[in-house]
Design a protein around this ligand. Structure first.
Ligand SMILES: Cc1cc2nc3c(=O)[nH]c(=O)nc-3n(C[C@H](O)[C@H](O)[C@H](O)COP(=O)(O)OP(=O)(O)OC[C@H]3O[C@@H](n4cnc5c(N)ncnc54)[C@H](O)[C@@H]3O)c2cc1C
Length: 325
């Protein structure tokens, strides 16, 4: 079957693709490609274009226009739909991020094709592609395929093997003349995200999650300190978010972010099913809880029954000692 695998680029809003794109491009290449990057931005950088080439993009479709920032679904979807109608890609992939989750759902509706949201695996079956995605809060895995192309899917970060970067590899850049649709929405207020200086929650290889057991917003500083030592993101349970201790963008779970880090460490998190829905695919799970009966211990690889306020400073001290060696 002809047609390329388009990989819609998630960037850092400063002209650099996020590292999760190496996973999306890597998977598109493994599925037979050709893997082509589709980058919508108000400002691309040479460094960003070079990075996409090194991650295996065989071509970069660059839609660079002032109307593309800040993100507005109706503008992006119109531009991508027009280009897809002209170029007939076989598949359109993107990582699970706030923007691309919305964009690709809108695009699937606009093109009248199926969407595999939050895919965790793909397999080729002759000319078909079969996607695996968790359902029922991660309790079951379902397999699905598409009645027709383009096969649209969002890929869960930290699940797919990243492409091996090939230094110096470049990709031709094509700037298609796509009409920018009129924005239906006007921004009346914008709030900039305050950077924590720690990795982004859905991309981080290590995530420290604080629950109601943290007792108050002021205590998250001990998790941030540990995060700074080991390069971890700090997330939270819904109980902590509902209490106003952390903003919603840090919430892990069914109504928050889904994460799949190499290491998840829960502190004062009981392990409610809705929390597990967002982190149960973590590779190694560590739980620290005062209550030995807490449900999180049922899925934890390592558990410490103890007061987190004693454990966290000790762990931070030990991590520092080990990493300073
Ligand atoms: C529709 C719906 C959607 C939901 N979505 C989400 C979601 O996306 N994410 C989510 O997290 N929840 C979600 N929830 C809420 C979920 O059911 C739980 O209420 C929530 O996860 C509990 O958060 P918690 O574990 O921090 O708090 P608790 O369940 O109160 O647990 C706190 C834990 O901290 C331990 N603890 C207390 N002090 C210490 C200490 N000093 N040291 C060590 N341990 C200590 C306690 O033993 C306890 O196990 C949802 C619920 C519903 C109904």
């Amino acid at each position: 079957m002809a047609g390329a695998f388009w990989c819609v680029v998630e960037d850092d809003r400063k002209g650099r693709p996020k590292k999760v794109m190496s996973e999306v491009l890597g998977e598109a290449t493994r599925l037979g490609g050709p893997a082509e990057a589709l980058w919508l931005t108000d400002k691309a950088t040479d460094e960003g274009l070079k990075q996409l080439g090194e991650w295996g993009a065989t071509k970069i479709w660059l839609l660079e226009h002032a109307a593309l920032a800040p993100y507005r679904g109706e503008v992006w979807v119109g531009a991508v739909a027009e280009l897809a109608a002209e170029e007939s890609p076989r598949a359109i992939f993107g990582p699970v991020t706030s923007r691309l989750r919305e964009l690709l759902a809108r695009l699937a509706a606009r093109l009248g094709v199926g969407l595999a949201a939050d895919a965790v695996a793909f397999a080729k079956d002759g000319d078909r592609l079969v996607a695996t995605r968790p359902v029922y809060a991660g309790k079951l895995l379902s397999k699905l395929t598409w009645a027709r192309s383009p096969w649209i899917a969002t890929l869960r970060p930290n699940v797919f093997r990243p492409a091996e970067a090939q230094a110096g590899r470049t990709a031709p850049v094509e700037r298609p003349g796509v009409k920018m649709p009129e924005a239906q929405m006007r921004f009346v207020e914008r709030r900039e995200e305050v950077s924590t200086g720690l990795p982004e929650l859905t991309e981080a290889e290590i995530v420290l999650s604080g629950g109601r057991g943290m007792k108050g917003p002021e205590n998250y500083v001990i998790l941030e300190e540990m995060g700074a030592v080991i390069g971890a993101a700090v997330g939270a349970s819904r109980a902590a978010v509902d209490a106003g201790w952390r903003p919603h963008r840090f919430q892990i779970g069914q109504t928050g972010r889904t994460i799949s880090p190499k290491l998840y460490m829960g502190f004062g998190v009981s392990g409610a099913i809705q929390h597990l829905a967002g982190m149960r695919t973590s590779k190694v799970i560590v739980a620290v809880n005062k209550d030995s009966e807490a449900p999180i211990f049922k899925i934890a690889d390592y558990g410490i029954v103890a007061d987190l306020f004693e454990v966290v400073p000790e762990l931070t001290k030990e991590f520092k000692r080990l990493l300073e060696k």
